[in-house]
Design a protein around this ligand. Structure first.
Ligand code: PHE
Ligand code: ZN
Length: 885
């Protein structure tokens, strides 16, 4: 018989906690066989609880209970009960001290939750519900407590013992052991608890806050990573300064620590005063980390630091409110990155991710609102919707209120809710109260899943010198519903004249012409709404949804000639890039159509000319140009299609790329030369990054098309590169070329040189797994038996299995179905070892809707196979059962 299906948790069932824990005193004894955890909890009944019960129910998973006492008296059998999910203490008083001793086995944990071992160190991961794997507790974010933590361990093996807050005591113990005690003065939910023990080096720095307080900054790494800390520390200092300047937020403890660990499910974790990072998201030096790693580190360090206010000081009431901290914090880190680098490029990267991956999620079987109303396993909801769409929603509030009122709103939010666990409604309320702007309709963004679609219609009346814009909206997830209501959409708009200059926008006659704005954020609040602009002397070209002012799909209304005009003249950098993407996508799509119908294929010469224009332009910003040179990805082209034919898309896109290589060889070579610096020291400033990106794009385009001059350049660059960006770009270009022997020898040289460095080895693996060459699946399987692979390490799983299934679409979707089977095999394997990773990995199998019947059937068959596994984790069960038709 099948076991009972996992339970669904609903937002509507939320109730305040029946008990509170004022003080949490923890004592850890770390040993090679396991760890003993003693807890002393000061518990009291919550006076505000809706529900009064005489029993105390605590969460606990995989714990061995050694002893339990209340107010110093050991409980006898019958006074408590241990279950699969926790511990029930029967008939408790209103206030009492609960003491528990439990035994756990960190060495045996492969799910990387709770207290576990990563190489030679102990570390923890408690968000969302990992603390219950450490000790019995009220493991929910609205229970906030003051923590004191004592750690004891062997002094030689674990000289460094860390936890949250300030170190208050340390000393030696018998038999070569020692202890350190930490006290965190700030109340926090247990998901922000952390502990680290290991033989680690620390790199120290300091920051002086705006009010003159000295904060020591300390980064802990394994000895071999000593020279990979500089970038994270400088990013941290920049973040601390930025949060003071832009949000008026200072850091609140005397010490801020960062630890790097190799085995980690996610990017990083914002534990109070002790952020723990996945090594790949924090360690860097120029010869091992690429530009995109440098930028990712800057963003993630900032993200985790910003959580200290948006997440820790003000936290979430329950996990349905996850986007309260994640959406807001992603918005904050994106603004930070925009200020540190090119704002336009940052926007392009974020929108690209949103439009390919989040839009796909939002129309797939796991689609959910920014504030979900139910879940089976919360770990499945650390999604692009919660993070990226959540950030877009905060960004729209920012757009509607403007800089100043938004700041008033965030000040009010932090002041009103400091030390509390709150909801997204509380956030919006603070924004509304501070600004006076009614956000009632706006809140729909939090509650409704799906991507709204906007139809644009416009007319120009030369006689009346009137431009009329008509916008209409619909949302696929509520289409046809009786209560289908419109969203409040900030629609940023401008009109361009034939020289590409912005035209003053006059909406009613009495506006003074000279003061008229040239860009407006239109409040688009009706299902269909018309906007009129007067005194428009000549027919303009409209500039729509500038800067991607809302997470929506705008139906393409432009002709190729209009797109060409916008590609050359648009003054909004994002829209300029987007015009190029739309034009290329349109051309690739029609070639794909011709391919499917066996017609002759040719590339619209206007695209080649447009690219030539960009390449020879003296005025275009290099950061923008580096993005414009990249054709829309296959994933984005699939997302644009109703039914995607991957062979046709792949073929059409390659044809465009090869045509550009052939027709623009001179310009591309010149671009390569002009952006190559010889002997210059590495710098990760955005201009240097843009130049490297330009040069490497040019090289890639030429070499993919088989150009032999490019082969010479790539081989030279591969051996002489002085930074990983150039070295790996050359390797990528070689691996994706048809020069088989050069490619094999480059891969071997690279591995021999870097095999001791896990971050570089991850790149080496994913470069091979994303190669579009046929036969890659066999190579991927071989790599999984290579000494460099370890299925227990999430980074390795991502760079091999994840890279192949998400970024090697032509091979993954091969009609033999072998790619799908390969993924299912590994999901089944990982389901036992690490359910979170298994469940994330399965995503590509849930995207069948975009493909034809034959592929859908093959994918469904694999989903059924997974579902029939015994002992399926809640994580995998939720995703797979929701994806089965
Ligand atoms: N809260 C982390 C962040 O976004 C992400 C995370 C979630 C890490 C769950 C680990 C586990 O910064
Ligand atoms: Zn976060």
């Amino acid at each position: 018989m099948k076991e009972a299906q996992p339970r669904t948790i609903f937002l509507k069932d939320y109730q305040k906690p029946p008990f509170l824990i004022d003080e949490t005193v923890l004592h850890f004894d770390l040993n090679e066989q396991g760890a003993t955890v003693k807890s002393r909890l000061s518990v009291r009944r919550n006076p505000e609880a809706e529900l009064t019960t005489s029993d105390l129910t605590l969460d606990g998973v995989d714990l061995e209970l050694v002893s339990i006492a209340i107010d110093g008296v050991a409980l006898s059998e019958g006074q408590y009960a241990v279950t699969e999910e926790g511990l029930k203490v029967i008939g408790v008083a209103d206030t009492f001290l609960l003491e528990c001793e439990t035994l756990i086995k960190p060495q045996e944990i492969t799910c990387l939750e709770g207290l576990y071992k990563s190489s030679s160190m102990f570390c923890t991961q408690c968000e969302a519900e990992g603390f219950r794997r450490i000790t019995y507790y009220l493991d929910r974010p609205d229970v906030m407590s003051r923590f004191t933590t004592t750690i004891t361990a062997d002094k030689t093996l674990y000289p460094v013992l860390l936890s949250n807050g300030n170190e208050v005591e340390r000393g030696d113990l018998e038999s070569g052991r020692h202890f350190v005690r930490w006290e965190d003065p700030f109340r926090k939910p247990c998901y922000l608890f952390a502990l680290v023990a290991g033989d680690l080096l620390n790199i120290d720095d300091q920051y002086v806050t705006a009010s003159g307080r000295k904060v020591s900054l300390r980064m802990f790494v394994e000895p071999q990573n000593k020279d990979k800390c500089e970038h994270a520390l400088s990013s941290l200092k920049a973040s601390m300064k930025w949060d003071e300047d832009v949000y008026g937020r200072e850091y609140d403890l005397d010490i801020f620590m960062i630890v790097a660990v190799d085995d980690f499910n996610m990017g990083a974790m914002e534990n109070k005063g002790l952020n723990i990072f996945n090594s790949s998201c924090v360690l860097a030096k120029p010869d091992t980390a690429t530009d995109s790693t440098y930028q990712r580190i800057e963003a993630i360090v900032a993200h985790e630091y910003f959580h200290n206010w948006s997440g820790n000081r003000v936290t979430c009431r329950d996990w349905f409110q996850l986007s309260l901290k994640e959406g807001f914090t992603v918005f904050r880190d994106a603004e930070f990155s925009a200020d540190m680098n090119s704002r336009t490029v940052k926007r392009i990267e974020d929108v690209n991710l949103l439009r390919t991956a989040q839009f796909a999620e939002d129309s797939g079987p796991m689609s959910h609102p920014v504030r979900p109303s139910s879940f089976i396993e919360i770990s499945n909801f650390y999604t692009l919707t919660i993070y990226e769409k959540g950030a877009e929603v905060v960004g729209m509030i920012h757009r509607l209120l403007g800089e100043e009122l938004f700041r008033k709103g965030s000040d009010l939010y932090f002041e009103r809710h400091d030390g509390q666990a709150v909801t997204t409604d509380d956030f919006v309320q603070a924004m509304q109260d501070a600004s006076g702007k009614d956000l009632t309709q706006f809140k729909r963004w939090y509650d409704i899943a799906g991507t709204p679609v906007i139809d644009v219609d416009y007319q120009y009346d030369e006689q009346a010198q009137l431009f009329t814009l008509t916008l209409s909206q619909s949302c696929p997830s509520t289409e046809g519903d009786a209560d289908e209501k419109p969203f409040h959409i900030p629609f940023t708009f401008a009109l361009l004249d034939s020289n590409g200059c912005n035209i003053p926008l006059i909406q009613n006659d009495d506006a003074v012409f000279a003061n008229a704005p040239t860009e407006l954020v239109l409040d688009f609040v009706e299902t269909e709404q018309t906007f009129k602009f007067q005194h428009i002397e000549k027919e303009p070209v409209p500039s729509l949804l500038r800067g991607f002012s809302a997470p929506v799909k705008v139906k393409n209304t432009f002709s190729r000639d209009q797109l060409l005009f916008l590609m050359m003249n648009e003054t909004d950098g994002f829209n300029r890039w987007d015009a190029g993407q739309r034009l290329s996508a349109d051309i690739i799509q029609s070639i794909a159509e011709d391919y499917m119908h066996g017609r002759a294929l040719n590339v619209d010469a206007r695209l080649v000319n447009a690219y030539r224009g960009l390449l020879v332009s003296k005025s275009i910003d290099k950061a923008l140009l580096s993005k414009m040179l990249m054709l829309p990805t296959e994933s984005y082209l699939i997302e644009l299609a109703d039914e995607a034919n991957i062979e046709a898309i792949h073929h059409a896109r390659n044809l465009v790329r090869d045509t550009l290589a052939e027709k623009l060889k001179i310009e591309l070579l010149r671009c390569y030369q002009e952006n190559t610096d010889v002997g210059a020291a590495y710098s990760a400033d955005f201009n240097s990054i843009a130049r490297r990106s330009l040069k490497n794009s040019a090289l890639n385009i030429l070499l993919s098309a088989g150009d032999s001059d490019a082969l010479v350049l790539a081989e030279k660059q591969f051996v002489s590169a002085t930074n990983m960006t150039d070295e790996s770009a050359a390797l990528i270009a070689l691996v994706n070329s048809d020069f088989v022997s050069q490619r094999e020898s480059a891969l071997n040289t690279f591995y021999a040189k870097w095999k001791a460095d896990p971050q570089v080895v991850e790149q080496w693996l994913s470069i091979q797994c994303t190669s579009a060459k046929s036969g890659t699946l066999e190579a991927v399987k071989r790599l999984m038996t290579h000494e460099a692979f370890d299925i227990k390490n999430p980074n390795k799983v991502r760079s091999v299995i994840g890279a192949f299934c998400n970024h090697n679409l032509i091979n993954f979707h091969n009609l033999s179905g072998e790619g799908y089977q390969f993924l299912a095999d590994n999901v089944i394997k990982l389901n036992k070892l690490n359910p979170q990773i298994a469940s994330r990995l399965v995503t590509p199998l849930t995207r069948g809707k975009k493909f034809n019947q034959e592929r859908q059937a093959l994918m469904q068959a694999q989903l059924h196979r997974i579902l029939s596994e015994e002992n399926l984790s809640k994580d995998v069960y939720e995703v797979v059962s929701k994806s089965i038709k």
